[in-house]
Design a protein around this ligand. Structure first.
Ligand code: FES
Length: 261
C-alpha cells in the first residue's frame, strides 16, 4: 500500500478525525498519510512514500473544519483535534478541474502508450470521474505540428540513454523525477527549466540530452515517473513485465494450477 508521504519518526502521538474516523499517528505525519493509515486513499499524483512531499499537483486537496481554503493533504501535517474531510462535492469538483487541465495538455493515446494500465495519470483521471475535457488545447506540448506550423512548445523524445526513453510530450511536470534524482540518488542531474506553462523537465542545460548530462542511469527517475514520460526501453519494446506467473503442478497428472508472484 502506498501511504503517499514518508513516515514520521516522532514518539509524540497526535489524534485527529478524518471523514468521521479517529486516527492516532506520530506528530509530523501528513494528513494524507494519516488518512491512508485508516484506509482512506486521497487522490494524488506528486506524493510518494520515498520523497518528501512538495505539493505540486494540487490533487490531494482536503477541507479542515475552522480553516479557510482547501490545503494539500500531502504537505499539511496533522494537529491534535483536527476534523478533516477528504471527500465531498466541492472537493470532487476541484479535483476533477485539476485533472481536466492536466489531460487538456496530454496526448490521448492511452491505448497505444507503453504505460497503458500502469499510469497514475490514467488511474487518477478514472478515480476523480473525468470523462471528457472541456478545454481546447490552443497551446500544447504534445503535437509536433499545430495548424500546419511547427509547434514551438513541442520537444521531441530523448532516446539517448541506452536504458530508458524521455518523452516530454507526456510530462505533467510533477517534479517527482527531479526530486528522486536529488533525494534518492543524490545526483542532481535533472531540473525544471522555464516558468509556468513553459516549464519542462530537463537533464542539465537545454542542449544536453540524458546521455550527455550528469545522469548515472540509476533509474530512480523512471521509477518515480507517474506517467509514460520516463519509460524503460525494455517496457516500451516488450510491454510491462507480467506480475504473476501461472504454474502447473508437476507432482501428479491432475494438472492443478497455482499463481507464483
Ligand atoms: Fe499533494 Fe500532489 S499529492 S499536491
Amino acid at each position: 500500500r502506498d501511504f503517499g508521504t514518508p513516515a514520521a519518526k516522532s514518539k509524540t502521538m497526535v489524534s485527529l478525525v478524518i471523514d468521521g474516523f479517529e486516527v492516532t499517528v506520530p506528530e509530523g505525519t501528513s494528513i494524507m498519510r494519516a488518512a491512508a493509515e485508516i484506509g482512506i486513499q486521497v487522490p494524488k499524483l506528486c506524493a510518494t512514500d520515498s520523497i518528501d512531499a512538495f505539493g505540486s499537483c494540487r490533487l490531494c486537496l482536503v477541507e479542515i473544519e475552522g480553516r479557510n481554503g482547501t490545503p494539500a493533504s500531502c504537505t499539511t501535517p496533522v494537529a491534535p483535534g483536527l476534523k478533516v474531510t477528504t471527500q465531498n462535492a466541492k472537493l470532487a469538483k476541484l479535483r476533477k478541474g485539476v485533472m481536466e487541465l492536466y489531460i487538456s495538455d496530454h496526448p490521448l493515446d492511452c491505448l497505444t502508450c507503453s504505460a497503458n494500465g500502469d499510469c497514475e495519470l490514467q488511474d487518477m483521471a478514472g478515480a476523480v470521474g473525468l470523462r471528457d475535457v472541456r478545454y481546447e488545447a490552443v497551446e500544447n506540448h504534445f503535437q509536433p505540428r499545430q495548424n500546419g506550423e511547427a509547434n514551438p512548445l513541442y520537444i521531441p523524445k530523448d532516446n539517448s540513454n541506452p536504458y530508458f526513453s524521455y518523452d516530454p510530450a507526456k510530462c505533467i511536470v510533477c517534479s517527482r523525477c527531479v526530486r528522486a534524482c536529488e533525494e534518492v540518488q543524490g545526483t542532481f542531474a535533472l531540473t525544471i527549466s522555464g516558468r509556468g506553462f513553459d516549464s519542462r523537465v530537463s537533464a542539465g542545460l537545454k542542449s544536453d540530452t540524458f546521455l550527455t548530462s550528469d545522469c548515472v542511469s540509476c533509474g530512480a527517475c523512471v521509477q518515480a515517473c507517474p506517467t509514460g514520460t520516463l519509460q524503460e526501453k525494455s517496457v516500451i519494446e516488450l510491454g510491462t513485465p507480467q506480475r504473476e506467473v501461472i504454474t502447473t503442478c508437476a507432482y501428479c497428472g491432475v494438472g492443478c494450477q497455482f499463481k507464483a508472484e
